[in-house]
Design a protein around this ligand. Structure first.
Ligand code: MN3
Length: 212
């Protein structure tokens, strides 16, 4: 969706993810932090009507073609909107019952050996990201899965990879609930994965890849 960007409502009640992620964390994280990225992205793009038809994916995939004065703002705030949208939409209420669908499960087994190994590698990327950033499971156009990590609010190359799920390791994501215990947060966070949502992104990867 193009400018003006809006804050997507949290897709579940604020108390749903407790105790893994507490209600206060979700209010600050979604209503304050994510909202600020939306507002600041709009402020950066607003004076440039020629950019108003571009989707967020297109903006993030062509940063070096944007007016130089807004490249950093779009990178940081557009990335913030992209990453948080993915983060909040691929976790849910205790989703212990959900599993990857057959296509995703077979890709996980092929590319990692097992679900446990994929989660171990994702957790490792999240825990070892120095400072603030993100860890992801991504798919390429052919459906091959891999793990990657970015600093700050950077996103993976959206012309090559479709991020399927992500872990936010900025302290604001976990400090109220876990203080400095990032590994505990990451381990608990992975129990919240909404595998229906992740499987759908995998199935839809061709349409989610930025092809412009
Ligand atoms: Mn965050």
């Amino acid at each position: 969706m193009p400018y003006p960007f809006t804050l997507t409502p949290l897709p579940y009640p604020y108390d749903t993810l407790s105790p893994v992620i507490g209600e206060d964390t979700l209010h600050f994280h979604h209503d304050k932090h994510m909202n600020a990225y939306v507002d600041n992205l709009n402020k950066a793009v607003e004076p440039h009507p020629e950019l108003h038809d571009l989707t967020l994916n297109a903006l993030l995939s062509h940063l070096n073609q944007l007016p130089q004065t807004i490249q950093t703002a779009v990178r940081n705030n557009g990335g913030g909107v992209y990453n948080h949208t993915l983060y909040f939409s691929t976790i849910g209420a205790p989703t212990a019952g959900t599993q990857p669908d057959a296509a995703l499960k077979s890709a996980i087994d092929r590319d990692f050996g097992s679900m446990e190994e994929m989660q171990t590698q994702l957790a490792q990327a999240a825990v070892t990201r120095f400072g603030s950033g993100w860890a992801y499971v991504v798919s390429d156009a052919q459906g091959k899965l891999s793990i990657c990590s970015t600093p700050n609010q950077d996103v993976p190359d959206l012309t090559q990879y479709v991020p399927l799920m992500t872990v936010d390791v900025w302290e604001h994501a976990y400090y109220l609930d876990y203080q400095n215990r990032r590994p505990d947060y990451v381990k608990a966070f992975l129990t919240l994965t909404d595998w229906n949502a992740v499987s759908k992104r995998y199935a839809d990867r061709a349409s989610l890849l930025e092809t412009r």
